[in-house]
Write a protein that binds this ligand. Structure first.
Ligand code: F6R
Length: 369
């Protein structure tokens, strides 16, 4: 039940720290990721030549974030594909392909049909799912459950952060089996992951009010753009989806590097743009490129709302608003930067008098193709 919360969505966003912590629990041994459910699959992971992630909507964005970690740590090539596109194009599936499906409900028909299709053609299937005993995990060779708890609001929030967490765990598990990262790096990433719940809690405590206030000021805005790079790119897509889904405002996410290839033409005075800025500590190159993107859109009159790590002063001269996230490793920024975007979407829908839990035309679980 909602408890004291104004909506299930508000309750579920507040549960994002626990969703991450509960998904990690029981899966770390001696500073390395060991997922008990995947016991016995070492040979499969050692022989995996390619990972194909299939999902829909928000779950597919989690998959896009996961691709960065799976490739970086496990050194396996990864493709992420929308489940409803996958089945209808005669895809190439070799015996070395591992199909990873992601679904909160475990009942999404498009995803289920894609899993069955892949399985019939000889691929091994692993499901990341939030619902115990649902159809997709039952139809898969292996399952890694996210432990976000039941998600009631139609818009997915805590399940999304749990999905990314599960993908990072999977990447580190496979990396350990394949010996593709050192024990020291494994331990460092485990520590970074374990630090995420407290960092999300910090954002909820320190940035929620300001982000909600910002959303209220923007109640009449007609379009919002989101820019990000690296893992910030799929997070920008997620920020845009959540906004259109519950506030019915036009929203679009872009890879920041794409700006000059077209989208910058959209920028006119007053256009609100969220920019997720990568940490300057790990890659000053990426950071500086995004900062120069900010300068470019600011020069054309954009109203720039920056999400940047604490202490990053380079963004200050060009930002109208700065929302701060705690310092984290480059992969883990995804789990932090999304939190203000969830709060913002919820704040804007609320400011427009909408029911954030039950957006029009949408169902929680899409059981038709
Ligand atoms: C967006 C949202 C949807 C779902 C999508 C897949 O907030 O909730 O985009 O992510 O319909 O649903 P599941 O994860 O249940 O397969």
């Amino acid at each position: 039940e909602k408890g004291g919360w104004s909506s299930f969505m508000a309750k579920e966003v507040s549960e994002e720290p626990e969703a991450v912590a509960n998904t990690i629990r029981g899966r770390i041994h001696d500073s390395a990721v060991v997922i008990p459910e995947l016991d016995g699959l070492d040979e499969l992971f050692a022989g995996t030549e390619r990972i194909l992630v299939i999902a829909c909507g928000t779950a597919a964005y989690a998959g896009q974030v996961g691709k960065y970690a799976l490739e970086k740590w496990a050194r396996v090539p990864v493709d992420v594909e929308l489940a409803h596109e996958f089945r209808y194009r005669d895809p190439v599936l070799s015996a070395g392909t591992l199909v990873v499906s992601i679904s909160q409900s475990g009942e999404t028909m498009d995803t289920l049909m894609a899993v069955k299709y892949a399985r019939e053609r000889g691929a091994k299937t692993l499901s990341i799912c939030n619902t115990q005993g649902a159809t997709i995990p039952r139809e898969s060779d292996a399952v890694v459950y996210t432990h976000a708890g039941p998600e009631v609001a139609v818009a997915s929030t805590k399940a999304f952060v749990a999905q990314i967490t599960a993908l990072y765990l999977l990447a580190l598990h496979i990396a350990r089996v394949r010996d593709s990262i050192s024990a020291a790096d494994q331990a460092r990433h485990v520590a970074e992951l374990e630090a995420v719940p407290a960092k999300i809690a910090h954002i909820l405590e320190h940035e929620q009010e300001r982000t909600t206030q910002l959303a209220h000021w923007m109640a009449d805005t007609r379009s919002v753009l989101f820019l990000g790079r690296h893992v910030g790119f799929p997070i920008a897509l997620e920020g845009a989806l959540k906004l259109k889904e519950i506030s019915y405002i036009h929203a679009e996410g872009f890879a920041a590097g794409e700006l000059k290839h077209g989208p910058i033409a959209l920028i006119e005075p007053g256009q609100p743009v969220f920019v997720i800025v990568p940490s300057p500590r790990e890659s000053s190159l990426l950071h500086d490129k995004v900062v120069s993107n900010i300068q470019e859109i600011r020069a054309r009159g954009a109203r720039v709302i920056v999400i940047a790590e604490a202490g990053d002063a380079a963004v200050l001269p060009f930002a109208d608003e700065v929302l701060r996230i705690p310092l984290a490793g480059p992969m883990f920024e995804a789990l932090l930067a999304v939190v203000p975007l969830h709060i913002f979407a919820m704040g804007l829908a609320t400011a427009r008098g909408l029911d954030v839990d039950q957006p029009r035309n949408l169902a929680k679980s899409v059981t038709v193709e």
